[in-house]
Write a protein that binds this ligand. Structure first.
Ligand code: 6PG
Length: 244
């Protein structure tokens, strides 16, 4: 039987278009149900096409930006104006182009002291969310070629964090610090969507979705395991090895 939590589209543009439709629907239903839309954006390059589509007509008019609150799943240890900064990419391609109030956009600060930045971000999140129960209406994730997601990288200490909502993590392979939501906190989102495109992701996607449980090597499994709120939006090249 086809796995309903995995959708495959011809290319990354089609993945972006479907993600935009789902974003608009998630915003509509959240605002209808709770009067606001709490969305957590992913980093990296994949979501750029989604952001660019959302910034265009008709999508830009289909989201009530005045009732939208924007967060991030992770951030690099670079200032906002650095080209590698996730919040900067989202701002340039979407947030600066739509009427979301500045005081409803919550970038992480990974540039100064990562541990302090993580603690500060957790304080911000604790203003919006209770100790338990559902969090974001929509949480977007990417996946690296190595099966990481957010900044949950293979073999890092953050993978075993069970209490904190946000933590600083040193990533050996990049010789750099990151700030990331932890797996238990990510899993609390009402809707989690992985956007994964490109043939370089195919081996990791097969291992994450169809391989044996190996969360230290494939941290995306930490989010996907026994979680009915996860949807994978992939293109044909990334999904090429899956037994769909
Ligand atoms: C980051 C992201 C990270 C990203 C994956 C995929 O800060 O880099 O949060 O988890 O989603 O590395 O990156 P691409 O979309 O660039 O392939």
């Amino acid at each position: 039987m086809k796995n309903p939590s995995i959708q495959v589209y011809p290319d990354k543009q089609a993945v972006g278009a479907q993600a935009a439709l789902l974003f608009v629907e998630a915003a509509r239903s959240a605002i209808e149900a709770r009067g606001q839309f709490l969305v957590c954006l992913s980093g990296g390059s994949t979501p750029k096409v989604l952001f660019q589509i959302l910034a265009q007509t008709p999508y830009r008019h289909q989201v009530d930006w005045e009732k939208t609150f924007v967060f991030w799943g992770d951030e690099r240890s670079v200032p906002f104006d650095h080209p590698d900064n996730n919040a900067q990419m989202a701002s340039e391609n979407l947030l600066a182009l739509v009427p979301v109030p500045d005081d409803q956009v919550f970038p992480m600060n990974g540039a100064d002291d990562p541990k302090a930045g993580a603690e500060a971000y957790e304080s911000t999140l604790r203003y919006f969310f209770k100790e338990d129960g559902p969090t974001f209406d929509l949480l977007l994730l990417g996946m690296g070629d190595d099966g990481h997601t957010a900044s949950l990288f293979p073999g890092t200490s953050i993978l075993s964090e069970t209490e904190k909502w946000v933590d600083a993590v040193f990533v050996e392979k990049f010789d750099t610090w990151r700030i990331s939501l932890t797996a238990p906190f990510i899993r609390r989102a009402r809707n989690i969507q992985f956007l994964v495109t490109g043939d370089s992701k195919a081996p990791a996607l097969l291992a994450v979705l169809e391989g044996p449980e190996n969360i230290t090597t494939y941290p995306s499994q930490l989010i996907n395991k026994d979680n009915p709120n996860v949807l994978w939006l992939t293109d044909e090249t990334a999904a090429a090895r899956l037994s769909l």
